[in-house]
Design a protein around this ligand. Structure first.
Ligand SMILES: *[C@@H]1O[C@H](CO)[C@@H](O)[C@H](O)[C@H]1NC(C)=O
Ligand SMILES: *[C@@H]1O[C@H](CO)[C@@H](O)[C@H](O)[C@H]1NC(C)=O
Ligand SMILES: *[C@@H]1O[C@H](CO)[C@@H](O)[C@H](O)[C@H]1NC(C)=O
Ligand SMILES: *[C@@H]1O[C@H](CO)[C@@H](O)[C@H](O)[C@H]1NC(C)=O
Length: 695
C-alpha cells in the first residue's frame, strides 16, 4: 500500500499513520464497513427552544425575515411607536370606522379600485391603457387610529393590573409579552390626580402624514413573436397623484399633478409620506405588434407597514454557489443566524425561508421580470416553488452542514446542461408561519435578491457533487467519481465518507495513547487540547481523503492533474498522448493522492483543487508533536503537488484551494487560520515510528 502511488501523499499524510494503515487488512476494512453503515447518522431532529433573537449580523434581509416571523399580527415596532403619538383619544374614535364595515368602496370614483393594506390587487392591463387605484386617507389613517385605540386599551389594562398589585413576571405575563412592550410606556411618577402614575406617550412622527409603501410586480408580460427577435417587452409605469385635481394618474394626465416610476425588471417600489388619498395608475406602454403579442398582468399593493413586494439588487446576493458537476449544482444561503442556540430551534429548522429560481443565461424567458416574484414564478426556467414548475429538478432543505454548522438553506439543482452558465435568484418567502406567499401578510409578495452566477462542468466530467455526509459533515463539493461503479451521488458520498471515518478511527486510537486530558503538567500543551487536535485532524483528513474535483479541461494554474494514465470511466477513453505528454511522468500526476481513490473509485483523469496549506499547519500546531505530523514548505519539493494556497482569486469567486466549507465566495471569503509555519513541529520519522510501536 505504500507502493509508488503512496508517494504523492507521503509528504502530506504523516508517515507513521501510513505505516499503520499498511497493516490495515482488507478483512478488517470489511468489518468496519458494516459498523459504519449502522452508524450513519439520521437527519438532525432539532428540539424546541426559546424564540430566536434578532442578534445576528446577517444584514437587514435576514433580520427582516425573523422579525416578520415573530410578528404574526403584522405590526412592526415602528408602527407601535407611531401609534403612541398623541392622537385623538379613544372617546373620539368611531368604533364603526373599521376597515371592513365601512362602505368605503362606494367612495372611490367609478372605475377606480380601492386598495386595502397589504392586500395585493391583481389585474390585467392591455398595452396602451392604464388601471387606476386609490388608497384612501381614511384607510391609511383609520388603521392607525384603530391600532392606537387597541394600544391604549392594552396599556390601560396593564396599568390596572399593576395597580391591582400584580408583579411583573406573574402568571399570564408570558402570553402578553409579544404584544406589549413595557419599555414603550413612560410612567410619570409625579403626575396624575391622587398621585396615581399616569401613562404618557412617547412622541414620534408627524401626526398629519403617514409613510405608505407602494409596490408592484409584473406577473405576465407580452411575449416575443419569435425567438429570433431580440429584446423583451417594455416595462410598465406607475403614476402617482396625491391631489384630488388628478384622480386618474396616467400618461395623459397633467404631469404637474403626478409623479411616475418606470418598473425595473418587472418591479417597482415607492415610498410616500401622505396626508391625503393617494391615486395610483399602472400604465402599460404601447407595444410593437410585429414583435410582441399579449397583455400585461400585474399585482399592486399598498401597505403602511412595509413593502408588500420587494427586491434588492444592491446587497450581496445571499446565495452562495458551492460547486457543480456536469448536470447538477449545489447552492447554499448564508447562515440564517449567528446564534448556535438557534440550531435547536424548531422554528428555524422547520421553515424554509427561501425559494430559488434558476435560469440558463441563454434562456431569455425571464428577461424583464427578474425582480418580480410572480414574474419569476411565471417565466423562470427552473423554480423551486412548491407548486411551481420543474420541482423534481430541485431538492431543498435546511442544513447545518458547512463551516460553523449553523442553519442555512441548501438547494440542489439537477437536470442542468453541461458546460452551461446559470443564474440563481433567491427570493425570501413571506412569513405567515406556513411559509406560503399570501395576501394580508406584511411583505407577502416576496423579496427577490440579486442573482448569483454559477456554471456546470463539462460533459463527461468525472466529478460529482456530494453533500450531507454524516462524518465529513462540512464536506460539500464535486469529488472524483465513476458513474459506472457508483450509480448515484448518495452511494459515492457513502464510500468516501466511510473511508474518511475509518481513517479517523485509527487516528483516534493513536491519540488515545497521548496524555491529553492528563493534569496540566503532563499535557502536551497548555494551549491546545486533544479536542483541538481531533478537530484539526478531521478538517485536514476530510479535505485530503475527499479531494475537490475539477474538469480536466480546466486549465487554472492552481489545479493538480491526477490519474492521467487511467481511462475516463464514462467514455473509456485515455488522454490523448500529446496531452498526457505535457505532464511530468511522476506519481503526483499518474495517480490520485491516495491509493483508495484509484483502487475503489477509479475516476480516470481529473484535476484536484489541492487542500489549503493552512489545514496542514493547523494540524501540526494543534497536535502533540510526538505524533510526528509535518507539512512540506512552499517552494520545497512536493509542496506544489500536495497543497494549495489561498489567493486573491478567491475573492473573485474562485476556489484556489480546498477547505471544509469551501465555496465560490465573491467577496472576501471567511478568513482561514492565519497560522505560520511551525518548524519546531517537525519530528524525526524515527521518533514518530518509535512512538507507533506502542500502538
Ligand atoms: C443588478 O446589480 C448588478 C451588479 O451590480 C448589475 O450588474 C445588474 O445590471 C443589476 N441589474 C439590474 C436589472 O439593475
Ligand atoms: C457561517 O458561520 C461560520 C461561523 O461563524 C462562518 O465561518 C461561515 O463562513 C458562515 N458561513 C456562511 C456561508 O456565511
Ligand atoms: C438545455 O439545453 C437545451 C438545448 O439548448 C435547452 O432547450 C434547455 O432549456 C436547456 N436546459 C437547461 C435546464 O438549461
Ligand atoms: C502510471 O500508471 C500506469 C497505469 O496505472 C502505469 O502503467 C505506469 O507505470 C505508471 N507510471 C508511473 C511513472 O508511475
Amino acid at each position: 500500500m505504500l507502493a509508488p502511488a503512496g508517494m504523492a501523499s507521503a509528504l502530506t499524510l504523516f508517515i507513521p499513520l501510513l505505516l499503520l494503515l499498511s497493516s490495515f487488512s482488507p478483512k478488517s476494512a470489511v468489518a468496519a464497513t458494516a459498523d459504519a453503515d449502522a452508524g450513519i447518522i439520521e437527519a438532525q431532529a432539532p428540539s424546541p427552544s426559546p424564540l430566536l433573537t434578532d442578534g445576528g449580523d446577517d444584514g437587514g434581509f435576514i433580520k427582516g425575515i425573523f422579525r416578520s416571523l415573530l410578528q404574526n399580527d403584522g405590526s412592526t415596532s415602528e408602527e407601535a411607536e407611531g401609534a403612541a403619538e398623541g392622537k385623538p383619544q379613544a372617546s373620539l374614535y368611531e368604533p364603526d370606522f373599521g376597515i371592513f364595515d365601512r362602505g368605503i368602496l362606494g367612495r372611490a370614483p367609478p372605475g377606480v379600485s380601492s386598495l386595502t393594506n397589504n392586500v395585493p390587487e391583481m389585474l390585467n392591463v392591455v398595452p396602451g391603457t392604464t388601471q387606476v387605484f386609490v388608497f384612501e386617507k381614511a384607510l391609511i389613517f383609520g388603521r392607525q387610529e384603530e391600532e392606537e385605540d387597541e394600544e391604549e386599551k392594552r396599556r390601560d389594562a396593564e396599568l390596572r393590573r399593576r395597580e391591582a398589585g400584580y408583579e411583573e413576571g406573574d402568571g399570564d405575563d408570558e402570553h402578553d409579552s409579544g404584544s406589549l412592550d413595557l419599555e414603550d410606556i413612560e410612567i410619570d411618577e409625579e403626575g396624575g390626580a391622587e398621585g396615581r402614575p399616569r401613562l404618557t406617550r412617547r412622541q414620534s412622527g408627524n401626526s398629519t402624514t403617514r409613510t405608505v409603501y407602494f409596490s408592484a410586480n409584473t406577473c405576465i408580460q407580452p411575449q416575443l413573436l419569435s425567438p429570433t427577435i431580440s429584446g423583451a417587452a417594455p416595462q410598465l409605469t406607475m403614476y402617482v397623484s396625491t391631489t384630488s385635481e388628478n384622480i386618474s394618474p396616467g400618461p395623459s394626465s397633467n404631469p404637474n399633478h403626478q409623479k411616475w416610476y418606470v418598473f425595473e425588471e418587472g418591479a417597482v417600489m415607492v415610498t410616500l409620506n401622505v396626508s391625503s388619498d393617494v391615486y395610483i395608475g399602472i400604465s402599460a406602454p404601447n407595444i410593437s405588434t410585429t414583435m410582441l403579442s399579449g397583455l400585461y398582468n400585474f399585482q399592486l399593493a399598498a401597505s403602511v407597514d412595509d413593502y408588500y413586494h420587494n427586491y434588492d439588487n444592491e446587497t450581496d446576493a445571499n446565495l452562495i454557489w458551492v460547486d457543480s458537476d456536469s448536470s447538477a449544482s449545489l447552492l447554499i444561503t448564508h447562515n440564517l443566524t449567528d446564534s448556535t442556540d438557534a440550531v435547536t430551534d424548531n422554528d428555524i429548522m422547520n421553515v424554509q425561508p427561501y425559494v430559488m429560481f434558476a435560469q440558463n443565461v441563454e434562456d431569455r424567458s425571464a428577461d424583464g421580470v427578474r425582480f418580480s416574484y410572480c414574474g419569476l414564478q411565471t417565466y423562470a426556467q427552473i423554480a423551486a416553488t412548491k407548486n411551481g414548475k420543474f420541482t423534481s429538478m430541485v431538492t431543498t432543505g435546511m442544513t447545518l452542514a458547512g463551516l460553523g454548522n449553523l442553519p442555512k438553506q441548501q438547494f440542489y439543482f439537477s437536470g442542468l446542461n453541461a458546460s452551461s452558465s446559470y443564474v440563481g435568484i433567491l427570493a425570501a418567502l413571506p412569513q405567515n408561519g406556513t411559509g406560503t406567499i399570501g395576501s394580508n401578510v406584511v411583505g407577502g409578495g416576496g423579496k427577490v435578491a440579486r442573482a448569483t452566477s454559477f456554471q456546470t462542468k463539462a460533459a463527461n466530467a468525472n466529478c460529482e457533487v456530494i453533500f450531507d455526509l454524516p462524518f465529513c459533515n462540512e464536506t460539500a463539493y464535486a469529488v472524483p467519481s465513476n458513474p459506472t461503479r457508483f450509480t448515484n451521488a448518495t452511494q459515492l458520498a457513502q464510500v468516501y465518507d466511510k473511508y474518511a471515518s475509518d481513517m479517523f478511527d485509527i487516528f483516534t486510537n493513536v491519540l488515545a495513547q497521548i496524555p491529553c486530558e492528563a493534569p496540566d503538567t503532563q499535557r502536551y500543551s497548555l494551549a491546545r487540547t486533544c479536542a483541538d487536535c481531533s478537530a484539526a485532524y478531521k478538517n485536514w483528513l476530510c479535505s485530503v481523503a475527499i479531494p475537490r474535483c475539477s474538469d480536466f479541461s480546466d486549465n487554472s494554474t492552481w489545479l493538480q492533474p491526477r490519474a492521467i494514465s487511467q481511462p475516463n470511466p464514462i467514455t473509456g477513453d485515455f488522454l490523448a498522448p500529446a496531452l498526457a505528454a505535457q505532464y511530468p511522468n511522476t506519481t503526483a500526476f499518474n495517480s490520485s493522492r491516495n491509493p483508495f481513490i484509484d483502487e475503489t473509485i477509479a475516476p480516470g483523469p481529473y484535476k484536484e483543487v489541492l487542500p489549503c496549506e493552512d489545514l496542514c499547519y493547523s494540524l501540526v500546531q494543534s497536535c502533540p508533536s510526538n505524533i510526528g505530523f509535518s507539512c512540506p514548505r512552499p517552494g520545497y519539493i512536493g509542496f506544489n503537488t500536495s497543497y494549495g494556497q489561498r489567493s486573491e482569486a478567491d475573492e473573485d469567486g474562485f476556489v484556489t484551494c480546498n477547505y471544509p466549507g469551501s465555496a465560490h465566495y465573491f467577496s472576501a471569503g471567511p478568513a482561514g487560520p492565519q497560522s505560520s509555519w511551525l518548524a519546531a513541529a517537525i519530528v524525526s520519522v524515527a521518533v514518530a515510528m518509535l512512538m507507533y510501536m506502542f500502538v
